[in-house]
Design a protein around this ligand. Structure first.
Ligand code: PEP
Ligand code: MN
Length: 368
């Protein structure tokens, strides 16, 4: 994927107290007191760079709390003025952008439900044309499609917005998991690979959906060299009007931030690089062997395919498949490998074998 973006380094658009950048605040602005008290507690931690609060809330169904609207912008502007701290909110259409800018909101972010729509993204990029000094963060789309995320950055960049950042908030899936939105870390990692200039901020609150997972997800993000964290924080989380299960108190946020290990970037250290290089060579060799073995396995699969064709036997034989799955999982266990991991790999291997054999079965023999 060819991605050409002109993005300013994070440090040029927001003052960071120390790495990572920390954005914190309630899911929604509920009342002037709730927002101001929570924000003061956050400011007192001395570790928060930007206060967040949702003003217009995208709710799945109507008639739940849909945000304080323009009133909330006034409360946010009061926080900015009284505490001298930048503030941010989610915008989902050109009117939101216009109003938020009128109240001096420093950081706008585009929510997951908006990033999925190229029409909405284009309308918002058009509304931002010519706006100076604004920071725009783009949450990943609700489903794991990297192209849409990148497309959003391209539209904003074409409108002249260069203070850009990404927010990784996980992806909806039907698979059961402990997360509200599955992190699928390969997607932000791939974003970093194709567009290394975009700072990436992790939103562990929307990935987790529950407060007890915030620390572990944040640590994982820092271990992957993410640039910041956006953590929903409320003075009284259990009473929050939205996302009550995932918000933490400012006090707990302080604990989380001190428990997090910010690992050093050793990419410039020669001894470190040499050792890493040595281990990576081992991985390269093992991978070559792995692929050679897969090729040898496929050659046998093809032979079996030919034989099944000659004898007119079906490609898929459930008893054999069942045997393979059981036996390979047992082997994995003996070798101290995660059984689910090996089972997943074998599903892919088996699928490809069936595809190959079906191809052989259906091959039309041309007579010489
Ligand atoms: C939010 O940040 O409050 C929000 C609604 O997030 P998302 O767009 O990730 O669902
Ligand atoms: Mn929320």
């Amino acid at each position: 994927m060819n991605v050409n973006l002109n993005v300013n380094p994070l440090e040029s658009w927001v003052k960071i107290k120390s790495k990572p950048l920390v954005i914190a605040g309630p899911c929604s602005a509920e009342t002037p007191e709730q927002l101001m008290t929570t924000s003061k507690m956050l400011k007192d931690l001395g570790k928060v760079d930007v206060i967040r609060a949702g003003i217009w809330k995208p709710r799945t169904r109507p008639n739940s709390f849909e945000g304080a609207g323009a009133d909330g912008l006034k409360w946010l502007a009061d926080v900015k003025k009284e505490l001298s701290i930048p503030v941010g909110t989610e915008v989902a259409n050109p009117q939101h952008i216009e109003e938020a800018l009128k109240y001096g909101v420093d950081v706008l972010w585009i929510g997951a439900r908006t990033t999925v729509s190229p029409f909405s993204m284009q309308e918002m990029a058009d509304a931002l044309k010519g706006v100076k000094n604004v920071v725009v963060l783009v949450k990943n789309p609700t489903h794991p499609e990297l192209g849409l995320w990148i497309g959003a950055f391209e539209r904003l960049n074409q409108a002249g917005i260069t203070n850009l950042g990404a927010i990784h908030r996980g992806f909806s899936t039907y698979d059961k998991s402990k997360f509200r939105n599955q992190p699928i870390w390969q997607i932000p990692i791939e974003l970093r690979r194709v567009a290394p200039q975009i700072p990436i901020i992790c939103d562990p609150s929307h990935i987790a959906g529950r407060r007890d997972l915030i620390l572990e997800i944040s640590q994982k993000a820092l271990d992957l060299n993410f640039d910041g964290l956006m953590i929903e924080t409320h003075m009284c989380p259990e009473k929050a009007w939205s996302d009550a299960d995932q918000q933490v108190t400012p006090e707990r946020l302080g604990e989380i931030l001190s428990e997090l290990q910010v690992r050093i970037d050793s990419s410039g250290d020669k001894a470190f690089n040499d050792h890493l290089e040595e281990l990576r060579k081992k991985i390269d060799n093992l991978d070559r062997e792995l692929i050679e073995v897969l090729a040898a396995r496929m050659a046998v699969v093809e032979k079996i395919g030919e034989y099944k064709k000659e004898t007119n036997v079906t490609t898929f034989q459930v008893k054999r498949w069942d045997e393979i799955m059981k036996n390979r999982a047992e082997l994995a266990k003996k070798m101290n490998l995660n059984e689910a991991y090996i089972t997943e790999i074998y599903k892919i291997i088996h699928e490809e074998s069936i595809r190959k054999q079906t191809e052989i079965m259906n091959r039309v023999e041309t007579k010489a």
